[in-house]
Ligand binder design. Structure first.
Ligand SMILES: [Zn+2]
Length: 339
């Protein structure tokens, strides 16, 4: 008897030690963490809307914003039933690309055409055991129906907040209030779980000024009245880090025939970067930067290839984007100082 209690007692001690250090899933206690009001936790939950590996899916740097190890939060979601084992179709969707699903359909003589989701349904109807065998070993979990409601609401509200901030920013730009536009982005970013742009506000305003004085030759033919709206579109791209400007252009925007509107706005940005580089080299002084080299893009057109790799003095370097460029996406050449 003594012997057994000694044994069990020791085991208990070991378990205690273990749970205080690494807290494996089965030992995590139910806790009353108020994560429903924690944006980082709701963001974490939303990562599982379409299924996600239960282990190691969330990068460790989330610990800082969650205030706990991501795995610990995920394990608690599982323990409390907010995350449940993913359905077979979710597992297949997470595991196989659209092309791989088509291949599986073809191998079984099933209809290949149509969206991925429908292909998965056909596979599950015709070969449920075979499909289960392919993904049964995977530890993929997804939101429970209750968690799904919360996570989806969170995603919708997050999107709405972003759209409202973008609307405000656009208003500022249209009034010529570059500081206000920049501040709107900074304030939005500061409220984000992961912020990226905070602290760059002065830089942004300087760059916006360059955009609003930009008139690259490659856009010759753009109507006088359309420069301002296109610059606003380009500024929105720069501020919000997107590659699309069309949604911020007036519906009657004509542009120029040779470029799509997004490309035209991007030419403004490339020109602004070019001008900012030139002025910073001039500021550093001609003793520091004597020459610049034009760096081409991998798919540069034949015209851009003629200037790419060549070095120029700051006075003679061709304007970028290169006005003779023939690429449908425009010139993506940049300049770099020659040491
Ligand atoms: Zn080109």
């Amino acid at each position: 008897m003594e012997f057994f209690s000694f044994l069990f007692g020791k085991k208990k001690e070991e378990a205690k030690l273990k749970s205080s250090t690494e807290q494996p899933f089965h030992m995590v206690k139910k806790e009353t963490v108020d994560w429903r009001n924690s944006e980082p936790h709701l963001l974490l939950l939303s990562q599982f809307l379409y299924g996600q590996n239960a282990k190691d899916a969330i990068p460790p740097h989330w610990e800082g914003i969650l205030g706990e190890l991501p795995q610990r939060a995920v394990d608690r979601f599982i323990l409390e039933g907010w995350l449940v084992p993913a359905s077979l179709s979710t597992k297949l969707d997470r595991t196989f690309s659209a092309t791989e699903i088509k291949k599986l359909l073809k191998e079984r003589g099933l209809r290949v055409s149509g969206p991925k989701g429908q292909g998965i349904e056909r596979l599950l109807t015709s070969d449920p055991e075979g499909m289960e065998a392919k993904v049964s070993q995977l530890d993929i979990v997804e939101c429970s129906s209750e968690a799904r409601i919360m996570a989806e609401r969170f995603v919708i509200e997050r999107k709405a907040r972003k759209e409202a901030a973008q609307g405000n920013c656009l208003k500022h730009l249209r009034r010529g209030n570059l500081q206000g536009a920049s501040l709107t982005v900074a304030q939005f970013e500061a409220r984000q779980t992961f912020s990226s742009k905070v602290g760059e506000i002065d830089c942004n305003v300087e760059f916006l000024k360059v955009i609003f004085h930009s008139r690259p030759k490659i856009l010759t033919g753009l109507a006088e009245s359309e420069w301002e709206p296109l610059r606003i579109g380009a500024a929105m791209m720069a501020l919000w880090g997107t590659s699309k400007a069309t949604k911020w252009l007036p519906t009657n925007f004509v542009g120029i025939p040779r470029f799509k509107h997004d490309t035209a706005a991007n030419m403004i940005l490339i020109h602004a970067y070019y001008r900012q580089s030139i002025s910073s080299y001039l500021k550093e002084g001609r003793d520091v930067v004597k020459k610049v080299e034009v760096i081409g893009a991998p798919d540069s057109c034949s015209q851009c290839k003629k200037i790419a790799g060549r070095t120029y003095s700051i006075n003679t370097v061709p304007e970028l984007p290169y006005e003779k460029c023939t690429h449908e996406w425009g010139c993506h050449c940049v300049i770099a100082p020659v040491a």
